[in-house]
Design a binder for this molecule. Structure first.
Ligand code: CA
Length: 656
């Protein structure tokens, strides 16, 4: 096959209409018709197949579609097709068999996403949906993000959620659930004080068989199948296309009513099936990037990478994000392997989201999973951050400086005794923007504004912080000391400038125990999962009893979040503000990091003591009190001059 000339296709056939997909349209006489439109400029024929069901042998009819300008094909039926299922068959060079596939623009689908479903979206709105508003969020630094997986959240019986809702969208809507004396699930989110839940992919993905809800199955969801449909296994009835839509909206509505925003993790960077994907079937070799010889490139490490620089894939991403943000009132997006998207597209997405609501959050991974044919200076890599400064990036510098490198389980960080990371850490504390007191560790000074720095030390990838601490400490430390280290890590992430990001359960020492394979000898690394993408509930689900066991840790995280929200000094949104109001205090020890946050009204001093012994610091003028001690409590007693900081802890002082 000749290599596709994408430049020529984009020039001659770029289509800017907003009507691709299946749409139910009101006619002048009040009756409804259904219009189907798809784009495939080089097809020699496109056919619409209508079905009665989402699977099975129940085809109703096949209709030829008519070619319009710009490679668009269309057919309209003078009836309301709400409830019908459909696919398209694309024919190239008059060859048989035609490529039958689901519409890439399908907004709803049958079980396992094999066929699109025509849906009257207004019929999926729960009562009161039109009145639901997004919780206010001034800028990214005001957010405290909590990364959750829908199944992990409530599948374990300790969640206290009704059995039929466990592991589903519905499991995130039930209130007054408990495990012993601890609040769980939705009530836990409120108690902790986070502002946004960030959901691991909830768009339809490939590898969980939705037709077998009784079989325990798990996947993170980075195996995308239908980008505009919801994942069926999170609904109580995957066979009914409207059920998942309605239940997801109920979830968004419940979270919004409780002041919590919803961020979607989106995986536009690759398709799960490559050659067999709906994109490839609709227009071969257009939507994916290829090498010069026409073979698929694999910048995602998952077999291929999509081509955001090809205009109709860029448009697809923009249309899709706009759809989620408006139809579902989503509050933000996290882009998986964002560096596979070109900078121009990333900025266009930011502009589009701004038009919908400037407070929508947007951040992503500033790296790829493999080599891309696209020049590195055109892609949204972290090192190009200034070219897309309004978009957040995961701060791997602060992550690794806090707990040690991710790829070596034994590597130590600031909290676990590595004294060489303080310079990188200081860069993280100021939000990774330039600061007059910092000169070295330039690689960790990359953010255009603090709003760009997504600070974290635990996410779904790699070992949990707690497991990493257990592995890397090699039994040199007591559990009490490890808890101190965990709390110190949390204080760094939550009290640094930027946007703090936590993983569900991190606040009660989440662990991911592995089921050993037969013949495997247990050692300190293999008993924990560092890549639990398809691991069973045993590994992934939240065991809410841990919240009872580690109540002191939870209370500390909660106290940190409350402290962060108490003053704007912890969430400054510009580098000028940080430069003006944040000053490191010199105490003769570069590793005993102390900084002052001060404006006309308030003054805080934050001290990080990574040592196993206590340390003393000299407070600035005035009478202070301990706003946050090593356990997260307030100590009202006034103090001044030289004050004590407990071993392996953060202490925050506030001027009276
Ligand atoms: Ca699915």
């Amino acid at each position: 096959m000749a290599i596709l000339d994408v430049g020529k296709v984009d020039k001659e056939f770029y289509y800017d209409g907003d009507d691709l997909g299946a749409e139910i349209v009101a006619m002048e006489d009040g009756r409804k018709k259904t219009v189907f439109k798809t784009w495939s400029p080089l097809a020699t024929g496109v056919y619409l197949n209508l079905y009665l069901g989402g699977r099975g042998d129940n085809k109703m009819e096949t209709l030829p579609m008519q070619q319009l300008d710009k490679g668009v094909w269309y057919v309209e039926l003078f009836r309301n097709c709400d409830g019908y299922f459909y696919t398209y068959s694309y024919e190239f060079n008059y060859k048989w068999p035609r490529n039958e596939t689901i519409d890439i623009y399908a907004k709803a689908c049958g079980v396992n996403g094999e066929r699109g479903a025509v849906v009257d979206m207004r019929d999926t709105d729960p009562p009161g949906w039109d009145k639901v508003e997004r919780p206010k969020c001034e800028n990214a630094c005001k957010a405290v993000v909590y990364e959750c997986h829908v199944r992990d959240f409530s599948i374990d019986e300790s969640s206290g959620v009704r059995p039929e809702y466990r592991g589903k969208f519905k499991g995130m809507t039930q209130s007054r659930t408990r495990c012993g004396r601890s609040e769980t699930c939705l009530d836990h989110l409120k108690e902790l004080g986070i502002t946004h839940v960030h959901l691991l992919p909830v768009a339809d993905y490939a590898t969980v068989d939705e037709s077998k809800p009784e079989v325990p199955q798990f996947n993170w969801g980075y195996d995308p199948k239908n980008y505009n449909c919801l994942e069926g296994s999170y609904s109580t009835d995957p066979e009914d296309p409207k059920c998942r839509i309605r239940e997801f909206k109920e979830m968004v509505m419940t979270l919004h009513k409780n002041g919590i925003g919803v961020i979607m993790d989106v995986v536009y960077n690759h398709t799960y099936y490559t050659e067999e994907s709906s994109f490839e079937k609709a227009f071969p070799k257009y939507y994916h990037r290829t090498w010069k010889d026409g073979s698929f490139s694999n910048g995602s490490g998952c077999g291929n990478e999509t081509a955001s620089d090809h205009l109709m894939y860029r448009k697809f991403m923009l249309d899709s994000l706009k759809f989620w943000a408006t139809e579902y009132k989503i509050d933000g997006f996290r882009f998986d392997l964002m560096a596979l998207h070109d900078i121009e597209t990333v900025n266009m997405i930011r502009d589009e989201l701004d038009r919908i609501d400037p407070q929508l959050l947007m951040y992503g991974e500033g790296w790829t999973g493999g080599e891309s044919p696209m020049p590195a200076d055109k892609l949204a890599y972290k090192w190009n951050s200034y070219d897309f400064g309004r978009v957040g990036l995961f701060n791997d510098n602060i992550r690794d400086s806090v707990k040690g490198g991710t790829f070596n389980p034994y590597d130590l960080g600031y909290i676990s005794g590595n004294r060489n990371t303080a310079s990188i850490l200081r860069r993280g504390i100021v939000g990774s923007v330039p600061h007059y007191q910092l000169r070295d560790a330039n690689e960790a000074c990359w953010a255009f504004e603090p709003t760009q720095a997504v600070n974290y030390c635990e996410a779904h990838d790699n070992n949990t912080l707690w497991d990493k601490l257990k592995i890397s400490s090699s039994n040199h430390y007591s559990p009490e000391d490890l808890i101190k280290m965990d709390r110190l890590a949390a204080a760094i992430v939550i009290l640094s400038q930027g946007m703090p990001f936590l993983q569900l359960g991190q606040d009660f020492l989440r662990t991911k125990p592995r089921l050993l394979k037969e013949g495997e000898t247990p050692d300190e690394t293999n008993i924990y999962s560092s890549d639990s993408y398809n691991a069973p509930d045993f590994t992934n689900s939240i065991k809410w009893g841990r919240k009872n066991d580690y109540r002191c840790v939870f209370n500390y995280y909660k106290a940190l979040i409350r402290l962060r929200k108490e003053s704007g000094l912890f969430s400054m949104s510009s580098k000028e503000q940080v430069e003006k109001h944040l000053q490191f205090l010199d105490n003769g020890d570069w590793n005993f990091i102390v900084w002052k946050l001060e404006d006309e009204k308030e003054c805080y001093v934050v001290a990080l003591n990574p040592y196993s012994e206590e340390r003393y610091l000299n407070l600035p003028w005035g009478i202070f009190y301990r706003r946050l001690d090593e356990f997260g409590y307030v100590d009202e007693n006034g103090c001044q001059g030289y004050v004590r900081c407990a071993p392996m802890s953060a202490t925050v002082f506030k001027r009276r």
